[in-house]
Design a binder for this molecule. Structure first.
Ligand SMILES: [Fe+2]
Length: 278
């Protein structure tokens, strides 16, 4: 069983609320002069951020974090995607490969705007690193226990809400515009390489995505990159896996994926990270 221990303090309520006020007014600026459709897309990202703040606290509480640690986690949630607004404004897409890395853009924005300057340097560093690593395929080795922990926390909270966003999108498509699906083409096919990753309990590579079905398979492969048991329990409770699978073509390959993931979800997961705040 992996255990992480750390003693760092975090962020207080007053600091968090000043960050929150800054975030709201910063994002407000991006709605101006946009079409209804564009504003809808910006709103999706704003709402995603606010839900990630809730999810990260939900998971953090289950893991026994104290209040300053929960506000630290919530601050990471608040800023993890702040670069998305500039990315959409500049490039009209959320596809990093066609624009720039949105996590780096988030860190650049926070630094440029000097938002964290009153926090101790070590806390600033935890926030910036967790944001920088929230979207990498694999976390680098050798991170400090705090960096590793908060990076894993934001990755779990983000994934939990991305599952929500996509399931809502599949179940109640509100817009014909496919920005949310990274402008991928339709099609009945899917990538065998992603299926192979799933069957081998591996998170897949974004570069393998060629169509909308691949995006669904990619989401399913994220299950193997969930770090904490409370996150996995939420995924199970909300039925995200079955719901995503129901929007894929019901072929023998997909049935195999379904059986494999059901078995994985029912496993004991004692190898998942735990924390020890001693
Ligand atoms: Fe992100």
């Amino acid at each position: 069983m992996k255990r992480t221990s750390f003693k760092e303090e975090g962020v207080n309520a007053r600091e968090f609320f000043s960050f929150y006020r800054w975030f709201k007014s910063y994002v407000k600026g991006f709605y101006q002069g946009k079409t209804k459709e564009e504003q809808g897309i910006i709103a999706l990202k704003e709402k995603h951020t606010l839900r990630v703040c809730q999810e990260i606290v939900r998971i953090g509480k289950e893991l026994g974090l104290n209040l300053p640690q929960l506000f630290l986690a919530k601050t990471i949630g608040l800023f993890h995607d702040v670069g998305r607004f500039e990315q959409y404004e500049k490039y009209g897409t959320f596809r990093d490969a066609h624009s720039e890395n949105h996590a780096l853009l988030s860190v650049k924005t926070i630094k440029r705007e000097k938002i964290l300057q009153h926090l101790p340097l070590n806390i600033q560093e935890i926030i910036c690193n967790a944001i920088m690593y929230h979207n990498v395929r694999l976390l680098p080795k050798g991170l400090s226990p705090e960096m590793e922990f908060y990076s894993k926390l934001i990755r779990d909270a983000d994934k939990l809400d991305v599952f929500h966003v996509f399931v809502m999108h599949y179940e109640r498509p509100l817009s014909s515009k496919s920005t949310i699906e990274l402008d991928l083409p339709e099609g009945n096919g899917y990538s065998f390489a992603i299926i192979n990753d799933i069957l081998n309990n591996r998170i897949s590579d974004l570069k393998l995505m060629q169509c909308k079905n691949d995006m669904k398979l990619m989401l399913l492969s994220w299950l193997f990159d969930i770090n904490f048991l409370p996150t996995l329990k939420e995924i199970r409770k909300r039925g995200y896996v079955e719901r995503i699978i129901s929007y894929l073509p019901q072929t023998e390959d997909i049935q195999k994926v379904k059986r494999h993931l059901e078995k994985y979800l029912q496993g004991d997961h004692s190898g998942l990270a735990e924390i020890n705040k001693e």
